[in-house]
Write a protein that binds this ligand. Structure first.
Ligand SMILES: Cc1cc2nc3c(=O)[nH]c(=O)nc-3n(C[C@H](O)[C@H](O)[C@H](O)COP(=O)(O)OP(=O)(O)OC[C@H]3O[C@@H](n4cnc5c(N)ncnc54)[C@H](O)[C@@H]3O)c2cc1C
Length: 289
């Protein structure tokens, strides 16, 4: 199916984007990689009157380590994340990005688009939540920094206002003995997750967990931050202790995956539990000395 008629404006600068969104944000959609927007427009689920293409905007495609944090510009392609050799503290970014869709989608799809779209099946939001990242969003009114864990409000509904554009994902510093993984269970390679988990840990010289980030993909209407699980493993040492605490915390957590073609809710819950424990084991065993 063809999309209904729309106006297309390729923006040349961020100022142009902000001006257009200021004037016509309610009827506009930003076009980044187009890997979600175009299919939705062709299905006529999204019907923007104006499409603002940001692909020519300079200064949105960068990855910098600055002031101890990793800054990722919104126009970085998922394939760039996959190819970048990050310091080992950020190895979760490669682990996750290589599991997003297929190479064609990753070549076009952007970090900003994956984060901003609000699809609970998108893989990167859980990763950014587990890394305690903030999203930097801009409008003509100014700049806001929104913690990734507070950004998602419902399926395809986020904190982003119609006049705002996501310009950067800001990943804070994780010190030396830190690392993470992203485990995704899918029906076939390249599919959205049945369920997936992002686990990021820091351990001290005594092999005690001092910092933890855990979040799930496709576990309900939004990416799901799991602060209860994080708290349950902080200050713990020893794999068995960690796994017991995490399992107990998970079983008490409110987790409502949706029953659909990928499986019934009880099955997805079981998959989440297995992935969680496997993820903690993988990361902890890599970090302990
Ligand atoms: C066949 C297929 C399989 C897929 N499988 C997966 C998968 O397994 N895992 C996964 O994570 N994803 C998957 N995707 C989705 C794909 O990864 C996303 O479409 C992509 O990451 C979104 O980025 P984009 O740059 O293409 O965004 P676009 O499609 O251009 O935009 C998506 C939405 O975000 C908005 N937007 C984009 N950039 C910004 C910005 N900077 N600021 C504010 N709003 C913005 C747009 O207005 C639009 O509403 C799949 C897609 C396809 C087509």
């Amino acid at each position: 199916m063809y999309p209904p008629q729309f106006e297309y404006i390729p923006a040349n600068s961020l100022d142009d984007v902000l001006k257009l969104l200021d004037e016509r944000g309610e009827e506009a959609k930003i076009l980044a990689g187009g890997q979600s927007l175009i299919p939705l427009m062709k299905l006529r689920i999204a019907r923007p009157a104006l499409v603002v293409d940001i692909n020519r905007v300079k200064g949105l495609n960068y990855m910098n380590m600055e002031d101890g944090s990793l800054k990722i510009g919104a126009l970085v392609r998922i394939a760039q994340l996959e190819r970048t050799k990050f310091p080992s503290q950020y190895d979760i970014l490669r682990a996750a990005s290589r599991q997003v869709a297929d190479p064609q989608v990753r070549n076009m799809g952007t970090v900003g688009g994956n984060a901003a779209h609000g699809d609970p099946g998108n893989d990167l939001p859980a990763v950014f939540i587990s890394l305690k990242s903030k999203y930097v969003v801009k409008s003509k009114r100014g700049t806001r920094e929104i913690p990734a864990k507070d950004f998602y409000k419902g399926p395809f509904t986020t904190e982003l206002r119609p006049d705002e554009v996501l310009v950067e994902v800001n990943v804070p510093h994780w010190d030396g003995y830190s690392g993470g993984t992203y485990l995704k269970f899918e029906r076939r390679t390249g599919d959205y997750a049945i369920a997936a988990v992002a686990v990021q840990l820091t351990v001290d010289d005594d092999n005690r967990v001092t910092r933890a980030g855990v979040a799930f993909t496709n576990a309900g209407p939004t990416p799901l931050p799991a602060e209860e699980i994080e708290e349950s493993i902080i200050d713990k040492r020893g794999l068995e202790n960690l796994l017991t605490s995490a399992k107990n915390a998970f079983d008490k957590m409110k987790v409502n995956p949706v029953s659909d073609l990928r499986g019934p809710d009880w099955y997805k819950r079981d998959v989440m539990r297995v992935l969680l424990l496997r993820g903690i084991k993988t990361v902890y065993e890599r970090l302990v000395r």
